[in-house]
Design a protein around this ligand. Structure first.
Ligand code: DP6
Length: 366
């Protein structure tokens, strides 16, 4: 008897131009384009195994070993429904002898190798791994270069987006844009690779875990409140992000770290300003986060005076943890300084430093 099962992994991505705001809450269509870097497969990642079997009496999802509720009409159900539709239309309709996996229940088990919901983008890697594992199970994506895929990573990014907006960017490695799109049905709001990881292999991300507890205001509810109440968000969407997207794509193509760093830090700061401009205000940064900003700003000031170049860029998502981007030649100096100013009180849950690009591409072969 055949076993229908696939396992894939997807890494976390960290945005340099932040996604914050939806124009459609069901289809998860954003109010602005965003751009991120997908971390190496070796470090922060979700690994998901999906299995279809005609004897399964219901579809069940385990997250880190615990059964998760599959809400009727919820995000997970929408992702599954879309993948089943693709399987039916692209595979089963074309070959009457192929097993009707789309009619069978699924068992899906997903593990994160890092704390869930600590502002470390667990939903991004989680929904990307879920989408890619079921796509592999359904024969929608081929990992064998000699066999063409029936769906591209950008097409699968449309499915991952239904689970969590930022997840669409984790379908690719390297430098990835999520295009805002203009269609009300969302087919042009997808992820595209701006450059592969090999393009800028000296780029590193240092993850500074300030607090690994679950965050206070979730991204989903926080950004909804921002859309409803912040005037600054409207300015950001119209007047700031479009030019920043162009400028950061150019900086990445030119491997211009100074421009990349200036834009990344400015966008993190504007995202947190927009959170503060929300009513009631949302505070994601804490005193340690602000001290990390001060240390990186001072390091850059001194470096710029001496060499005319910047050495590091901080960015913060919906939590107090910092991600510091820097190039290989500065990694040792930055870690030494961070550890000097912020001595570890207990051992970190992560091996460090994280070498951003030492791993393989996401969505590895089942
Ligand atoms: C601050 O993708 O978690 O990390 O679409 O509601 O699931 P939902 O939100 P989510 O938001 C991520 C917000 C961010 C910025 C970013 O990753 O671009």
């Amino acid at each position: 008897m055949s076993v229908f099962q696939a396992t894939t992994s997807a890494p976390v991505n960290i945005a340099c131009i932040k996604y914050w705001g939806k124009r459609d809450n069901t289809l998860i269509l954003p109010t602005n384009s965003s751009l991120s870097i997908t971390l190496s497969q070796d470090h922060l990642r979700s690994t998901t195994t999906a299995r279809a079997d005609p004897t399964f009496t219901e579809t069940t999802l385990w997250l880190n070993g615990k059964v998760e509720d599959i809400k009727s009409g919820g995000r997970l159900e929408r992702c599954l429904a879309q993948l089943k539709k693709m399987r039916r239309e692209r595979i089963e309709a074309k070959d009457p002898n192929t097993p009707k996996l789309s009619e069978w229940n699924l068992h899906v088990a997903s593990f994160n190798n890092f704390p869930t919901a600590a502002g470390l983008a667990s939903s991004a890697s989680g929904f990307a791994a879920l989408t890619s594992s079921i796509a592999a199970l359904y024969g929608l994506s081929s990992f064998d270069p000699s066999k063409p895929s029936v769906s591209s990573p950008s097409e699968l990014s449309l499915v991952a987006r239904l689970g969590s907006g930022s997840a669409c960017r984790s379908l690719f490695g390297g430098f990835v844009a999520w295009e805002v799109g203009s269609s009300p049905t969302g087919e042009d709001s997808l992820a595209v690779q701006v450059a592969p990881q090999e393009h800028w292999p000296t780029m590193h991300a240092l993850i500074c875990v300030v607090n690994d507890a679950k965050k206070g205001t979730s991204s989903t509810s926080g950004m909804q409140r921002t859309v409803e109440t912040s005037a600054l968000l409207q300015h950001r969407i119209k007047n700031v992000v479009p030019a920043r997207m162009q400028a950061i794509e150019k900086a990445i193509k030119d491997k211009d770290f100074d421009s990349f760093a200036r834009i990344t830090m400015a966008d993190s700061n504007q995202f947190h300003a927009v959170a503060l401009d929300t009513a009631p205000p949302i505070f994601y940064l804490n005193d340690v986060s602000r001290s990390i900003i001060a240390v990186v700003e001072e390091l850059n000031r001194v470096s710029y005076e001496k060499t005319g170049h910047l050495v590091a860029a901080y960015t913060f998502d919906a939590g107090p943890n910092a991600v510091v981007y820097t190039e290989s030649r500065n990694v040792k100096q930055i870690i030494e300084i961070i550890v000097r100013y912020f001595p570890q009180v207990e051992s970190s849950p992560f091996p460090d430093p994280f070498n951003l690009f030492s791993g393989s591409q996401p969505a590895a072969a089942p």
